[in-house]
Design a protein around this ligand. Structure first.
Ligand SMILES: *Cc1c(COP(=O)(O)O)cnc(C)c1O
Ligand SMILES: [Zn+2]
Length: 428
């Protein structure tokens, strides 16, 4: 296995940052390993994550970040790869708008509300962040083909990144994905493998493929380079803090599939406080799933630490992971910060999509509908403080899940004449 250590560049070299990543750490038992493509602990089989040198992280300054590019790489000093621009495999996502949602706040009886709109990324979902970091690490580690197990957006992003960087790709998806997700992936020309099963079946197949000789040089972004992939999600925490003027929001509402995004936004806030880039204020983390796939929410509501896998159903397909790998860490973050979780059914999700569109001009995919519907539920249940500053995350684009929006069309259909317009009541 190649190591990432030789990717470390000196801070003295002009225009280059130090890679503060030091090792891979087991999330279960704390065992440490070199920065490589290992993804499970040899001791306890627990998942690994990137460990950093705290002194190197603490050297990162606001000025350094603000002088960086207008994308995720402005935070390269806090990431495990991509410190040298020439090393990056990236569509340069990030710095997506933090949109004040005053009309939505009024409608819900809230004071200050923003939408972090990650549909504004190159392939229109937050997955461009994790893919850029994972593939940049993968290139350094010597992989020559890119792959993933996907609920849709990840496949889209991996295929696009591979096309831009000139690498072959092979992405694996459940066979029943939305046409909008399949077309936006297949158009890049890589292999798209539709698997007759659920995402969890797809993921299991990829875990088996990755062990074969034929796939030895293939980086599955969320399997064998998952520790690097997960770090990309931190940028959704860093950006919100910077966009608020270097401070943390009081409440955040985040959609959950594997639970990794939620876990890493919370981690980003923790890091920013530790490094001293923001004042040490407290925040509360809230999680959102769909009723058709709510294993993490169910565990929280039952007061349990054990996440019982489910067989996903429902329209929020991008969140349909029945056996969520980071579920226990998402539970921990929500409990530690005093937040909560809830789920929304398909009708509530559709309403959520239209409510966000009508009040902000942002047309979210089903995952965004889940977040808006759950925001409303959390307010109604008194779990979320309507007076506290709140950021909700829209992680994907409505045009990819058009089939989810029913009952929307022309409000009037008329003949092309003034009389017809008048008859239809348009002149009154
Ligand atoms: C993948 C995805 C998520 C959740 O990601 P996890 O890190 O697996 O929890 C949320 N929203 C959208 C649109 C996604 O594609
Ligand atoms: Zn371990």
């Amino acid at each position: 296995m190649t190591s990432l250590v030789n990717a470390t560049v000196s801070a003295d070299q002009e225009g280059q940052l130090t890679n503060a990543a030091r090792c891979l750490v087991c999330r279960g038992c704390g065992a440490e390993y070199p920065l490589s493509s290992q993804h499970a602990c040899f001791e306890c089989f627990g998942p690994l994550e990137v460990g950093y040198d705290p002194e190197l992280l603490a050297r990162v300054t606001r000025e350094q970040i603000e002088a960086g590019p207008w994308n995720i790489w402005r935070y390269a000093g806090l990431l495990p790869a991509g410190q040298a621009p020439a090393d990056r495999v990236s569509l340069n996502p990030g710095m997506t708008p933090l949109v004040p949602a005053d009309a939505l706040a009024r409608e819900l009886g809230m004071k200050r509300l923003w939408v972090k709109d990650d549909s504004a990324n190159p392939t229109h979902s937050f997955k461009d962040r994790v893919v850029s970091v994972a593939l940049t690490a993968a290139k350094r580690l010597g992989f020559n083909r890119f792959a993933c197990a996907s609920t849709g957006n990840l496949a889209n992003s991996v295929a696009a990144h591979a096309a831009r960087a000139g690498y072959p790709s092979m992405v694996f998806i459940p066979y029943d994905l939305e046409p909008g997700k399949v077309i936006t992936t297949a158009v890049y020309g890589g292999h798209v493998v539709a698997v007759e099963g659920s995402y969890d079946d797809v993921n299991r197949l990829c875990s088996e493929l990755v062990e074969t000789d034929e796939f030895e040089h293939t980086a599955f972004v969320n399997v064998n380079v998952r520790p690097y992939y997960a770090e990309g999600s931190k940028t959704l925490g860093y950006e919100v803090a910077e966009q608020l003027g270097w401070r943390l929001p009081e409440q955040v509402v985040i959609p959950m599939a594997s639970g990794e995004l939620l876990t890493k936004i919370d981690r980003a806030f923790t890091e920013l406080v530790e490094i001293g880039l923001v004042p040490p204020t407290s925040w509360r983390v809230f999680g959102a799933q769909s009723a058709g796939c709510a294993p993490i929410v169910t565990a929280l509501h039952a007061g349990s630490d054990v996440i019982e896998p489910v067989k996903p159903t429902g329209i929020a397909k991008s969140l349909n992971i029945g056996d969520p790998a980071a579920g226990p860490y998402a539970l921990e973050a929500v409990r530690r910060t005093g937040g909560w979780m809830d789920y929304a059914n398909d009708d509530e999700i559709r309403e959520g999509i239209r409510l966000l569109a009508r009040t902000t001009g942002i047309f979210p995919e089903t995952a965004g509908g889940v977040v808006v519907a759950v925001l409303r539920k959390l307010l109604e249940a008194g779990k979320l403080d309507p007076d506290a500053e709140t950021v909700i995350y829209n992680t994907g684009e409505g045009l990819k899940t058009l089939d989810a929006v029913t009952g929307v069309g022309p409000t009037h259909t008329i003949r092309p004449s003034l009389r017809a317009a008048a008859e239809a009541g348009l002149l009154s």
